[in-house]
Design a protein around this ligand. Structure first.
Ligand code: WT7
Length: 678
């Protein structure tokens, strides 16, 4: 293990760079009130103090039983954090705030349409709702500690209530993003072996009422076809008192939660005393194969990490009104809408609808009316808001102390608009880099300690020690600006525990490439591979260059090329499919799909439409290809691999570069003609 100096950036280093690069400094008033206002956090988390330093995060929580060991490495790389400790997440996010904050809003629910009143759920009300729903889950649905339950819920306050009720009982939730297809729900429910599905009847998005319950029927049918039975569907009514889906209820299988809850009024459930390493939830994400990975997150390590990082980086104080625009169905929403902020007792905004609908002033009216002072979103949303209403923010009287950007790299131009116009030159910005697998932030500036640099994520988080490898596996010198594969040299508490029921795939996906000794119980032999390319610049900041594998980042969300290709191949006429990520002004990247057909099949618009629809029905609208290009054959290497690099160049109208490794170089010109026509 190489020795590591303190990760903070020295003043001298900043001075050197100040001349060449663009830095922005946090305001005096931000620094004065910040949770971390001096550099001691980097000393507290220096390598010499690893792993004990992470106890600082765990100490933010209430424990029923103190841990025996901070880190148990006996079964590599299945590290156990806070081994022997016992706690409950719902107690930490709800009950423990009652003493001081009973009447404070835990959730502000901002519904669509705009004239429907905002709902405020106090910590006391959250406590009541979580308990009553936990009673229902236990006594009606028959769920107990260790069982899995699949959620397919839109952005309504009942989603965090369900998650916290599961956590109270020790039931492992697996929320599938509400925009994902019924097929995705069926596959994930079967993989997690969860016989209960929790969903909602219908919800508004962009002025349209979407029939959500219909997906539940399809999901149950698809699961059944694959040999898995979902026997109960619990349906929340978006508008209590009326069932707003046109899809009828199935007798004996479908139940309206709002009706059932009447039998559980006043019930209280003692929180289960969970082990620190009991799983809290599963979050399925795309990998390099067609099958999504069920990332399994822990109770104690995960909650400690998200609470600790929400405190230091998001600078959450109990008095703050915090709004993260992400959907709770993604890891950002789990870690930094629900678990981190609520563990700290913040008031959290849950927002239904589209950011710029009915107009681009909507987010700023919400910020003004609720007094939001921390705003968390993604480059994709920022680009969209900038295009829809570049001058809107200044029309509204709101003040952010902190803003974040997460999910993909942000263009400096867009960053500057975010800083000057949305942040009104007064908000500090953090650009946080992390992943579904990592639970929480890996790199970010500390908002009161470091200057911001547009397009760069900042130094490593305290206690996180990145190492960048070249393709031969050699370590690239620190701060050299050279690109390589960024890995994390040490364990940290937020990392997923494993892939659900698939230990081998976990080791294979994240450790195989750089592990120095498979027998070793020394964590130094097990760097974690993130799958991203990155550079570390001379100021110590990391710039993330994007995925080195077959994953496409669309609007900050991960899609596996393989999943999209497999979806296209469900169309009988398709012979081969290849997906490439083409640049898009708002979404960053969008998939474009190349398909070759079986012999004798004619390319038609109808077929192109069916291929596109197949992707949407298998995965969800987020994966809809920009276009479907039907080609006579794929460019292939002699070993038969499709060269996606060449297809991408053709899509972008660029030079294709070296084609000497192709078995069929003549195909390039033929494809170019087809691309020209689409
Ligand atoms: C991938 C992870 C982070 C939670 C939401 C997405 C990319 C993430 C940044 C950033 C540049 C970023 C990486 C990463 N990414 N944050 N600040 N700058 N790229 O989680 O769906 O698991 O995607 O998103 O490529 O590996 P995810």
């Amino acid at each position: 293990m190489r020795t590591q100096k303190e990760r903070g950036v020295s003043e001298a280093e900043i001075a050197v760079h100040w001349q060449e690069e663009e830095y922005y400094h946090p305001s005096e008033s931000f620094i004065r009130q910040a949770n971390e206002k001096d550099r001691s956090i980097y000393r507290r988390f220096e390598m010499a103090r690893f792993p004990g330093c992470f106890a600082e995060y765990a100490e933010l929580l209430d424990w029923y039983r103190h841990w025996d060991r901070v880190l148990d490495t006996s079964d590599p790389p299945f590290w156990r954090w806070f081994a022997g400790g016992k706690l409950n997440v719902s107690h930490n996010c709800v009950d423990r705030h009652l003493a001081d904050h009973r009447n404070k809003a835990a959730l502000h629910f901002v519904p669509e349409p705009e004239d429907e009143p905002i709902q405020h759920v106090t910590f006391q009300e959250l406590y009541v709702k979580v308990n009553e729903f936990a009673a229902l889950l236990r006594d009606f649905a028959g769920l107990k500690r260790g069982d899995r339950v699949t959620l397919h819920m839109p952005m309504i306050p009942e989603l965090p209530i369900v998650m916290l009720a599961c956590a109270r009982l020790g039931v492992i939730h697996s929320q599938v993003f509400s925009g994902y297809s019924a097929k995705s729900v069926a596959d994930r429910a079967a993989d997690a072996e969860s016989n209960v599905l929790i969903t909602a009847d219908a919800y508004y998005r962009g002025g349209k009422l979407l029939d959500h319950k219909a997906h539940a029927d399809t999901a149950v049918a698809l699961a059944e076809k694959a040999g898995f039975k979902i026997d109960k569907v619990l349906i929340w009514q978006r508008h209590p008192g009326r069932y707003s889906s046109p899809t009828p209820l199935v007798e004996g299988r479908d139940f309206l939660v709002n009706e059932l809850l009447k039998d559980f009024r006043g019930q209280r459930i003692a929180p289960e005393e969970m082990n620190a390493d009991d799983p809290l939830f599963l979050m399925y994400t795309s990998g390099t194969t067609g099958q999504p990975k069920g990332c399994q997150h822990s109770t104690g390590g995960y909650l400690s990490y998200v609470a600790g990082t929400a405190r230091s980086v998001l600078d959450i104080h109990p008095g703050d009104v915090y709004w993260c625009m992400a959907d709770i169905g993604w890891i950002t929403g789990h870690s930094y809408i629900v678990y981190g902020p609520l563990a700290l007792g913040a008031s959290v905004v849950v927002y239904e609808g589209l950011p710029a609908w009915p107009d681009a002033g909507r987010p700023w009216r919400i910020a003004r009316d609720l007094g939001v002072n921390i705003f968390h979103t993604s480059p994709t949303a920022i680009r969209g808001l900038r295009r829809a209403g570049p001058d809107e923010p200044e029309k509204y009287d709101y003040h952010f102390k902190l803003m974040t950007t997460v999910g993909e790299a942000i263009e400096p131009e867009v960053w500057r608009w975010y800083y000057h116009v949305v942040g009104k030159d007064e908000a500090a910005i953090v650009d946080t880099w992390w992943q579904t697998e990592t639970g929480g932030f890996l790199t970010s500036t500390m908002p009161a300690l470091h200057p911001m640099k547009p397009g760069s994520t900042g130094p490593a988080m305290p206690g996180i020690y990145p190492v960048i490898y070249d393709d031969e596996g050699y370590v690239i010198p620190e701060r050299s600006g050279r690109a390589g594969n960024i890995c994390i040299a040490n364990p940290w508490p937020g990392r997923m525990q494993t892939i659900w029921k698939n230990r081998e795939r976990f080791v294979e996906a994240y450790y195989k490439r750089y592990c120095r000794n498979r027998e070793s119980t020394d964590w130094r032999d097990w760097p974690y591979m993130t799958g991203d390319g990155a550079t570390q610049e001379s100021d110590g900041y990391y710039r993330i260059l994007g995925r080195i594998d077959d994953i496409i980042n669309v609007a900050g969300h991960r899609l596996g090329s393989k999943e999209i290709e497999s979806a296209a191949l469900t169309v009988a006429e398709a012979a081969e499919a290849a997906v490439v990520p083409v640049p898009d002004e708002i979404k960053g990247r969008v998939p474009e799909i190349y398909v070759s057909l079986k012999p004798g099949v004619e390319p038609t618009d109808e077929l192109r439409r069916r291929l596109s629809d197949a992707v949407v029905s298998e995965i969800g609208a987020i994966a809809r290809p920009r276009s479907v290009v039907i080609v006579p054959d794929m460019p292939k290497t002699r070993s038969g691999k499709i060269m996606r690099r060449i297809l991408l160049a053709l899509s972008c109208g660029e030079q294709v570069g070296d084609t000497t490794t192709l078995a069929n170089p003549e195909i390039v010109e033929e494809i170019r003609k087809v691309v020209g026509r689409t």
